[in-house]
Design a protein around this ligand. Sequence first.
Ligand code: CP
Length: 315
Amino acid sequence: MKHFLSLADLPDFDATVQLAKKLKESPFAFEDQGKRKTIGLLFFNPSLRTRLSTQKAAQNLGLNTLVMNFSNEAWALEFEDGTEMRGIRSEHVREAAAVVSQYCDIVAIRAFASLTDKENDEAEIVLKSFQKYASIPVINMESATNHPLQALADALTLEENKTIHRPKVVLTWAPHPKALPHAVGNSFVNMMHYQDADFVIANPEGYDLDPRITKQITVLNNQEEALKNADFVYAKNWCSYTQYGHILRTDDEWMLSPEKMKLTNNAKFMHCLPIRRNIVVSDGVLDNPNSLVIEQANNRTYAAQAVLKTLLDNG
Ligand code: CP
């Protein structure tokens, strides 16, 4: 594996989940593997879990970590080629990526979708520019369309908590006051393509994810029907994909409540966090012992560690 931009880059998905599981049991088993090497974590957007868990994962492998909030600490970057740089953008990504490559052996990048220009977002300009101009492996810490580290942690959480071979897993859209990207939903769907599960997506009309990602998966516009007999319920908001970046409804009909969870097979509840209480989901769901959200956050460390170890194995 040269870079980790999406789950498809993993040489073996199941083996990576098993590696994450082993690393969770023995986090320091390879504590010297990254000795005298450095990872740079570059954030164009805020983070709690990704920032701390990726740093911890790197340190568990002996890597030095450099962390930078690129959006307010670095020079504003130009990504277009051939421009006369007269505006506020002081540095071209060609130099920035090459310079970061002098100080680091791996670089990880978070750069969200703008949600104003679908074509531009889908081109993944920031991530792909670093891939092009850096001379070191690039890790996606959530890009415009993908959050593979989250999805890998979610796969580990499913693996640890499933009690039957083929569980029913429901990814349900939930309300949110702000327009949110599709990255987590997309990566969860991509991850479910590797699972033996009865997988259903539930979202209101107008909120279908990119059909190139959902492919043949059943999509229901009736949340309560989808929740019936579910073993896992994963809630997530995303804005409209067809009316790109728009919020089409602001009511709370799709908020998850303990009453709705009663329709399930005593389902475990999942969410990537951060979560707005009593907007996305009510307190009674989050505070229920069936909520896995803190374990999902814990598993972010071991998912990241498995990815870093795989990159280090490649030299
Ligand atoms: N789930 C997740 O990526 O959390 P952060 O945005 O806090 O990193």
